[in-house]
Every structure is written in C-alpha cells, then in structure tokens.
Design a protein around this ligand. Structure first.
Ligand SMILES: C[S@@+](CC[C@H](N)C(=O)[O-])C[C@H]1O[C@@H](n2cnc3c(N)ncnc32)[C@H](O)[C@@H]1O
Length: 249
C-alpha cells in the first residue's frame, strides 16, 4: 500500500500553505548560521529532501556545489525553475531518501524542515541516516532540523485553522499515537465548494532518541540545538537541530 508521502497531490495541494513566501525567505536568512553550525568548510553539499530548493538554491548562489534530492517530481520542477531564474547550477536527483547514497561524496549533508521520520518502519529512518553517513567524506557534517518530541508535548494543539487572503481555509488537526512515537496531522483544505483532506504521519524523536539514532548510524560528536543560531535545546527551544559528524579517521 502506498504511504502518505508518495501521494504527490498532497505536496501539490499543500504547497501554498506549507511553503509561504515567508518560509521560503526564512531559508535565505538561515543559510549563514547553518554554515556556522556545520563548522567545516564545505564544498559539496547534499540537501536531502530538498523540496522546492529553499536551501539548495541560496547555497548554490554562494558558490557551493549542491546536490538536491527529492522523491517528488513536483518539487524538483519548482526547484529547477527557481535555480534557472537565479541562474545557478544545482544537481537535482529524483530519488527516495531510503535509496540515495553516494559514498564519500559530500562535505555537508542537510535534512531540513522535518524531512525525517516519515516511515511506518522506524528501521527505515536508520537506513536513511546510514546512507547519509556513507555519503559524507570523513570529517563531513550532517545537520538535521526537525520538531522534537519535547516541543510537540510542550506546544501541542489538537486543532488549528487558518484563513488565507483568497478565502481558502486550512484546518490542521493533530493527534499523537503509537505510544507517543508518531504524530498524525490531518489537513483539511476548503476552497470554495472543494474540500480535500490529506494525512501526514511522522515519527517524533526526543532529542536523546535522535542522538542515539545518529550515533547508531555512525555519527560522532552529536550536538543538539534549539535554534539555528545555536541556542541550547532546552525548554525555550524553537526546534530540534542535531549536528553530527563523520569521524575524520
Ligand atoms: C516538509 S518538506 C521539506 C523540504 C525542504 N527540506 C525544505 O526545507 O523546504 C519534505 C520534503 O521531503 C520530500 N520527501 C518525502 N518523502 C521522501 C522520500 N521518501 N524520499 C525523498 N524525499 C522525500 C518531499 O517531497 C518534500 O520535498
């Protein structure tokens, strides 16, 4: 049976609400602190699950050699359009994160905006981390930005609705299930007489659980942060950012 993220219409329909102009613009600002967190001098960067190229394009504009990987052709088309408009070169790869691996190819790998934990089988998350680890050169860094379980518990709201300038209403209902390991978001998009419902499930990791998974995959010196600027992952955290390194030797 197909899993939710394989339904490309989900990404097409939710795109305007998931990727508001302010969210696209936020990545421009985050590139600098992101590179500071990486702490190495990357040349080749992997943006895994790159979506519309929010990070890949600004990084390429700064002169890095960027490879963006995504399984949704819709997003790769958006990303290509943006790269062409900005006249920057990025290698776009249409592949699933469970299979993409290019041994020793990258200095820095990114997984941004909760692009992790999608699979029912949690071992597949580990496969993804192992692929990323294999794709880094020794001494390479990996930065991951997700919503930590602590933040889900702290900020949990069972339902929220937003109305957009064109009159579209988006209702987002959430539930926690599978022994506090998974979160389900049900998005109802009401546009005039059309009502469409999409369900997004993902595994939520606590900071410690994510650290353990990264270490199991071979990462070293794993550090957690609560913001891209490197704030501690504590009660005031805005997000969960994990930085891991592939040992140099
Ligand atoms: C929430 S978006 C984040 C996009 C991007 N990282 C960003 O910061 O804007 C999640 C992305 O993961 C991609 N994706 C979902 N499942 C995937 C899979 N199994 N393999 C590769 N990409 C996947 C989606 O197509 C989408 O582009």
């Amino acid at each position: 049976m197909a899993q939710w993220f394989e339904d490309e219409s989900l990404w097409v329909e939710t795109y305007p609400y998931m990727f508001s102009p302010s969210r696209i613009a936020a990545a421009e600002v985050e590139v600098k602190p992101l590179l500071a967190l990486a702490g190495n001098r990357p040349q080749k960067i992997l943006d895994l699950c790159c979506g519309p190229g929010r990070f890949a394009v600004p990084l390429a504009r700064r002169g890095y050699q960027v490879t963006g990987v995504d399984r949704a052709a819709f997003f790769l088309d958006k990303a290509r359009e943006r790269a062409a408009a900005e006249n920057v070169a990025v290698e776009w790869v249409h592949e699933d994160m469970r299979t993409f691996a290019r041994p020793g190819a990258f200095d820095l790998a990114l997984s941004m905006f909760t692009s992790f934990g999608y699979f029912d089988d949690k071992d597949e998350d580990l496969t993804v981390l192992r692929n990323i680890h294999a794709s880094l050169r020794p001494g390479g860094a990996f930065i991951m930005d997700v919503v930590g379980k602590e933040l889900v518990a702290r900020d949990f709201r069972a339902a929220e609705s937003r109305t957009y300038p064109d009159g579209t209403v988006v209702i987002d209902r959430r539930e926690v299930f599978a022994d506090w390991t998974r979160v389900r978001m049900e998005w109802t998009i009401i546009k005039g007489n059309s009502v469409r419902v999409f369900t997004i499930d993902h595994t939520v990791y606590s900071g410690q659980e994510l650290k353990d998974r990264l270490e199991t995959a071979g990462f070293d010196d794993v550090r957690l942060y609560g913001s891209m600027e490197g704030a501690p992952y504590d009660r005031a955290a805005e997000r969960l950012i994990a930085v891991g390194r592939k040992p140099a030797h």
